[in-house]
Ligand binder design. Structure first.
Ligand code: CS2
Ligand code: MG
Length: 402
């Protein structure tokens, strides 16, 4: 079996997506997600200029060797752009392998460890009342786990909080918007927010919260400790994790579970976090973390240290990534939870999907391969348009983490 061609498909049904399609001499093709929010074209160039020509003629079944060809074989290892390209190739090859064997992908990853995938959704409001109101609406849809984000009194616009009833979309057309941030206002408000949410909905619902890397380790320790009384499912990205040792301080001070890694792209971002048991959930998505080949190894390493998965699943990852992630979630033993933000309807004009949500869980069908297809004619109706994530400053103007 040989790879005969590969093409990068860029489209923008409501937001930008990049996908890779790999063709073989046996008429079977595979799809991989290559979307890197706000930096899409960098991955397109990387794939088109450097990867596609090198793929032609290779046997697509050699997923392990091809992964290392594009990882070890490249002098400039790691980094989000490189790893997103590697991920797209890897996903497309696993798609081909499973289609060739006429079986859903999860069967090649260990088969079924479960038949439904616990998911969490998002509720965010401009203030406490609106946040509680929106969380109530998600509970009415049957969700058992909800990420709660709220506008903070005294801060004009908070990342992760949508305006009005618009769907959640952090990237905006053109150059990045500038947001402002005040950690002390946030630290005073967040524990009160969760007290009220618990009061409104009781103890049974799982609550999650995303700090978006905005605290120092000692600030995050205070927050994690004060949130203990609200029994969070997890506190996400409490600190920026370039410094893995930063997580030690939080662990010393609190038993609030910690999730981290949506911006990671290799196991080397996780080594101390996993082996020192400084976290509870890994978040690195398939699309940026080396695809199936690498993520299965990271998940296996995490499982040895009693760490579970909670893969990133925002709407800026394409349905191909979501479906592939559901296959992994079906197969591995140390699955924890899956983030699920439904794509708006327009996305389904371009992607034919093989999963659905029902009463707090996602279900994936038995279509061979990853199971998602792309309609290229529909994709052409939605051309790419530059959009970026905001930048973030402290209230005195100092540049800060986004
Ligand atoms: C968020 C994302 O889903 C999450 O946990 O942090 O919305 C994230 O900000 C975006 O995916 C960035 O592209
Ligand atoms: Mg996050």
């Amino acid at each position: 079996m040989k790879i005969t061609d590969a093409k990068v498909i860029v489209c923008s049904p409501g937001r930008n997506f990049v996908n890779l399609k790999i063709f073989t001499d046996q008429g079977i093709y595979g799809l991989g997600d290559a979307t890197l929010n706000g930096r899409e074209k960098a991955v397109v160039t990387y794939l088109e200029e450097y990867c596609v020509p090198a793929l032609i003629g290779k046997d697509p079944r050699n997923t392990e060797d091809i992964w290392h060809y594009f990882y070890k074989g490249v002098y400039w290892k790691r980094g989000a752009v490189t790893m997103t390209a590697v991920s797209a190739i890897d996903l497309a090859l696993w798609d081909i392998k499973a289609k060739t064997l006429d079986t859903p992908l999860y069967n090649l990853l260990g088969g079924k460890s479960r038949d439904r995938i616990l998911v969490y959704t998002h509720a965010n409001g401009k203030n406490l009342e609106e946040t509680i109101d929106k969380a109530g609406k998600e509970i009415d849809k049957g969700f058992l786990a909800i990420r709660i984000q709220s506008g903070i009194p005294g801060i004009d616009h908070t990342y992760g909080v949508t305006e009005g009833n618009k769907p959640y979309e952090p990237a905006q057309q053109g150059l990045p918007r500038e947001d402002y941030w005040d950690t002390s206002k946030y630290l005073n408000y967040a524990p009160r927010l969760f007290d009220e949410v618990r009061k409104a909905f009781g103890e049974d619902i799982h609550l999650l919260h995303d700090v978006h890397h905005r605290c120092t380790p000692i600030e995050a320790s205070r927050l994690a400790r004060e949130l203990e009384r609200s029994h969070l499912f997890w506190l996400e990205d409490p600190v920026t994790a370039e410094l893995q040792e930063g997580l030690r301080l939080i662990r010393q001070h609190s038993v609030t579970p910690i999730a981290i890694g949506e911006v990671f792209n290799s196991v080397y971002d996780y080594t101390s976090l996993i082996t020192e048991q400084l976290i509870d959930y890994i978040r690195m998505p398939l699309v940026h973390g080396g695809g199936i080949t690498h993520l299965m190894k990271v998940a296996a390493m995490a499982s040895v240290y009693h760490i579970q998965t909670g893969f990133h699943g925002a709407t800026d990852l394409s349905p191909v990534n979501l479906a592939a992630t559901l296959h992994v979630n079906t197969a591995i033993n140390n699955f924890g939870i899956q983030e699920y933000m439904p794509h708006p309807e327009i996305v389904n004009e371009v992607f034919n999907i093989n999963y659905h949500y029902r009463q707090g869980y996602m279900f994936i069908d038995d279509t061979p391969g990853i199971g998602v297809d792309i309609d290229e004619t529909a994709a052409r109706k939605y051309p790419y348009s530059t959009a970026c994530l905001p930048v973030n400053r402290k209230s005195d103007g100092t540049m800060f983490y986004w």
